[in-house]
Write a protein that binds this ligand. Sequence first.
Ligand SMILES: *[C@@H]1O[C@H](CO)[C@@H](O)[C@H](O)[C@H]1NC(C)=O
Ligand SMILES: *[C@@H]1O[C@H](CO)[C@@H](O)[C@H](O)[C@H]1NC(C)=O
Ligand SMILES: *[C@@H]1O[C@H](CO)[C@@H](O)[C@H](O)[C@H]1NC(C)=O
Ligand SMILES: *[C@@H]1O[C@H](CO)[C@@H](O)[C@H](O)[C@H]1NC(C)=O
Ligand SMILES: *[C@@H]1O[C@H](CO)[C@@H](O)[C@H](O)[C@H]1NC(C)=O
Length: 254
Amino acid sequence: MEPQQILLPFLLLLSFFIHFSTVSSQAPAPAPPGPTNITAILAKAGQFNTLIRLLQSTQLANQINTQLNNSNQGLTVFAPTDNAFSNLKAGTLNSLTDQEKVELMQFHVVPTFLSINQFQTVSNPLRTQAGSSDSGGFPLNVTTSGNQVNITTGIVNATVSNSIYSDNQLAVYQVDQVLLPLQLFGTPAPAAAPTPAPSKPKKSGKPTDDSVVDADAKNPDSSDAIGSSMIQVALMSKVSFAVSAVAFYVVTMR
Ligand SMILES: *[C@@H]1O[C@H](CO)[C@@H](O)[C@H](O)[C@H]1NC(C)=O
Ligand SMILES: *[C@@H]1O[C@H](CO)[C@@H](O)[C@H](O)[C@H]1NC(C)=O
Ligand SMILES: *[C@@H]1O[C@H](CO)[C@@H](O)[C@H](O)[C@H]1NC(C)=O
Ligand SMILES: *[C@@H]1O[C@H](CO)[C@@H](O)[C@H](O)[C@H]1NC(C)=O
Ligand SMILES: *[C@@H]1O[C@H](CO)[C@@H](O)[C@H](O)[C@H]1NC(C)=O
């Protein structure tokens, strides 16, 4: 008996089973939640009135909501408090054109969902919706130590101080500073010389009581499990396709 004759029914059967199990593992998907509304989330959290106003005037609030409805990568939003905005040098926002305000807001949005644990493994510089993360553009670097997450833009060093909201699509983190991007706030560098920051002696070992991160509390790790099961489903689909392709090959080559 030719091996193909044994193989063919087996492959077709296998293909069927894999396809079936793929479909059934997609079945118990949770009911789709209502559309997420970044404005409502921030309003509920309080102390983000300036951010809300800017997100609305730049149309970014609508874009974020639309993106959340359409993307499967999710989004991460860094939300500076009203206090952070009022600590800016006077006239900082007014010095920006409308387009620059859009870029400033886009710089606070990362086009993927990041749980607090995922910050430990992201590679710097992080890409934001403002575009290029080149050193002349909009780089945003993250440093972590345990659950503490700091952000540096080259202009400001900020601390992620709280998780305001997190599902497996959208994460919103409170930051204590407005993230000012190099592109908009960097001092024009002298032509040839890169500008090394003069290194001042650092105070070390001083406990920072007011920068305690309590972000894990609201951040269920279930999102990771959901993510990996989605990957499994995707893999199974590919396996199923590959097996079907082999079966087709066997049939056509006989
Ligand atoms: C989002 O929430 C804000 C504040 O609660 C509300 O004014 C706005 O209409 C909502 N947008 C949508 C699309 O539901
Ligand atoms: C969300 O997406 C669905 C399907 O793409 C669409 O029918 C619906 O109108 C969208 N809702 C919002 C609020 O954008
Ligand atoms: C984050 O910033 C705070 C305040 O500047 C500092 O004390 C802490 O060591 C930094 N942590 C990390 C992980 O960079
Ligand atoms: C961000 O990290 C990259 C890669 O480590 C580094 O080259 C760059 O200088 C950093 N930028 C800032 C602003 O810290
Ligand atoms: C941010 O932190 C870096 C490294 O710790 C330091 O060199 C720099 O001066 C800080 N910048 C500001 C604006 O605090």
